[in-house]
Design a binder for this molecule. Sequence first.
Ligand SMILES: NC(=O)c1ccc[n+]([C@@H]2O[C@H](COP(=O)([O-])OP(=O)(O)OC[C@H]3O[C@@H](n4cnc5c(N)ncnc54)[C@H](OP(=O)(O)O)[C@@H]3O)[C@@H](O)[C@H]2O)c1
Length: 121
Amino acid sequence: MATWVITGANRGLGLEFVKQLLAEGHTIIAGVRNPEGMDFHHEQMTVYQLDVASTTSVETFAMNVKSSVPSIDVLVNNAGRMGRTMAVLGRGRCRPIPRSPQCQHHWSTSRFTSPMAASPR
Ligand SMILES: NC(=O)c1ccc[n+]([C@@H]2O[C@H](COP(=O)([O-])OP(=O)(O)OC[C@H]3O[C@@H](n4cnc5c(N)ncnc54)[C@H](OP(=O)(O)O)[C@@H]3O)[C@@H](O)[C@H]2O)c1
C-alpha cells in the first residue's frame, strides 16, 4: 500500500481520489483550505491546512507532511480552479473564473521532492 498526498481533498475530484484510495487500503495525507469544514474522516487519513495560493501555507503543509511520514509515494497536486478559457460548465454554459497561477503548482510540487525521493517505490 502507498502513501498519497492529495491537495484540494475536501470536494470534487480530490475527495473522490481520497475515497477510492482509502477503499483500496492506501494511506492519505490530505491538504484542505478549511480543515474544520472537512466532513469526511477516516482513520487512514490525516488532514492538514493548505492554501496553495499562500507560499507560507504551502511551506507549513510540506513541513507537516514531512513530520508525519518518512516518505510519500504519490503527490496529487489537485487543488485549484480551472483557467478562464477552460471553464466549461454544465448545460453547455461557460462562466469566467479567474485564472489560478499555473507556476504555483510547479513551485509547491518542488516542496515535496525530498519525501518523494525517499520513497522506495
Ligand atoms: N473537473 C474537470 O473536468 C477538470 C478538468 C481539468 C482539470 N481539472 C482540475 O482538477 C482540479 C480539481 O477539479 P475539480 O473539478 O474537482 O474542482 P472543484 O470541485 O472546484 O474542487 C477544487 C478543489 O480545489 C480546492 N482549492 C481551490 N483553491 C484552493 C486553494 N487556493 N488552496 C487549497 N485548495 C484550493 C478546493 O477547495 P475549497 O473547497 O476550499 O474551495 C477544492 O477542494 C482543479 O485543479 C481543476 O483545475 C478539472
